[in-house]
Design a protein around this ligand. Structure first.
Ligand code: FE2
Length: 432
């Protein structure tokens, strides 16, 4: 602490304490250079010497007329001391400047983040390890109706149901098990001051010290009311679209049935077997939906085949059979412009293809045939052989299964055949 006269002296000359400190350093350097002061701060006057001597840093110095001399009259030692002091002053000044700059940067950064936190629509928060809020930004008010002061100091459990709290505790327990904590993103409901439940998305992180002791939590909360509403609207629209699609498919299948009742029931029975095969092959729910739609429409192209040929109570002539064969392409042409979520038109086109290339209309080989078309192909043959036709009676299940087993790997996909046989022999599958 400076004495009052000294501080007044500095003040009157517009000098700071640092200025005074540097001035003292400067004087000290100057004295060292002139060798009227030794590095230990001892000063000498004109009356000192000529017989005074002093041992300093391993050398004996003599003092004459207030100045120090060694035997060789070298200046190096004191000049070095002086240089070191001057360098130290420069370092101190530089360090001081850097420190001031860092402080300014930090202040600007803090201001920037404060502005961000104050103006964001998301609620930014910090909680201690007991889930008590230690900070929230002003967004808390528009989101939940509480002021920052009202919210800080409350615990999370006050702002949600016990079920939601259990959910949060499970997430925290899971996060604590991990080697490194990441940002956990999850949805939950928090309660507004007026009692409404607000759907929110939480982005939260566990804060730990270097010894992995829990310190607290920090993160952000976003009101997702609008997103939830949009999701619900979307779901409703999807359900409506699904219903429309089902009705359209049923209407198309019914149109076929008006003209040819056999084809209508054949499509339903083929669909039942194809779905059973797909389930046994662990197809996803979505894939099975696609198989159902495709099964119900796979022979829709028969709408273009004359009714006399379809209902002919005798074996077809080669020319008539060629006309019947065109139903795969006709079905594709009818369905290709409809944007189903599955490859319905392609599967319909391929349902008479055989893996050795002997099928129609394109003579595709195994690798080029869609798995759904392979399933539908087997289900189609099995149903047809098991049914009564105008020109023959049923061939029976045993004969039908023998036929597909004989042609397993040549006409039919081996896995599909095995699954189909297992369904009949071990799982009790029946068409009726
Ligand atoms: Fe067919």
């Amino acid at each position: 602490m400076l004495l009052k006269p000294a501080s007044d002296y500095l003040k009157n000359r517009g000098l700071s304490l640092d200025d005074a400190r540097y001035s003292i350093f400067d004087t000290r350097c100057s004295m060292l250079e002139k060798r009227t002061m030794d590095p230990e701060g001892q000063t000498y006057g004109a009356d000192d010497g000529p017989h005074t001597s002093k041992l300093l840093r391993g050398k004996r110095w003599t003092i004459e007329m207030g100045r120090m001399k060694d035997k060789k009259n070298t200046k190096s030692q004191f000049t070095n001391e002086s240089s070191k002091l001057r360098l130290r002053i420069i370092e101190l000044e530089k360090s001081e400047a850097e420190h001031k700059e860092a402080e300014q940067t930090l202040r600007e950064s803090e201001e920037k983040y404060r502005l961000l936190a104050d103006n964001t629509l998301d609620c930014i928060w910090q909680m201690d390890k007991d889930l008590s809020f230690t900070y929230v930004n002003p967004a808390i008010f528009p989101m939940f109706g509480f002021t920052q002061d009202e919210w800080i100091g409350t615990v999370l459990a006050e702002h949600c149901s016990s079920d939601e709290m259990k959910k949060v505790m499970i997430i925290i327990a899971e996060e604590l098990k991990k080697k490194e904590t990441h940002i956990a993103i999850f949805e939950m409901y928090l309660i507004h001051k007026d009692g409404r439940e607000i759907p929110v998305e939480i982005n939260g992180k566990i804060i730990m010290d270097k010894n992995r002791n829990l310190i607290g939590f920090q993160g952000s909360t976003r009101d997702i009311t609008e997103r939830k509403r949009a999701e619900q609207d979307n779901e409703k629209a999807m359900k409506k679209l699904q219903t429309t699609l089902e009705k359209t498919v049923n209407a198309l299948a019914a149109a076929v049935g008006k003209r040819d009742p056999y084809t209508a029931s054949h499509q339903q029975r083929v669909t039942k077997l194809a779905i059973a095969i797909a389930r046994e092959m662990d197809f996803s729910k979505e894939q099975i939906k696609g198989i159902r739609i495709t099964g119900l429409l796979h022979d829709i192209g028969k709408i273009s085949v004359p009714a006399e040929i379809l209902g002919k109570p005798a074996k077809l002539t080669p020319a008539e059979f060629e006309i019947v064969k065109s139903h795969s392409q006709a079905g594709y042409d009818i369905l290709k412009s409809i944007e189903f979520p599955w490859s319905v038109a392609d599967i319909v086109l391929q349902h008479h293809e055989r893996i050795n290339g002997s099928g129609y209309p394109q003579g595709l080989l195994d690798k080029d045939i869609l798995i759904e078309a392979k399933i539908l192909g087997v289900a189609d043959v099995v149903e047809a052989m098991c049914s009564h036709r105008p020109y023959r009676s049923t061939l029976g299940v045993a004969k039908t299964l023998k036929h597909i087993l004989q042609n397993k790997g040549s006409l039919f996909d081996p896995e599909v055949v095995d699954v189909c046989v297992r369904l009949f022999k071990e799982k009790g599958f029946r068409f009726e």
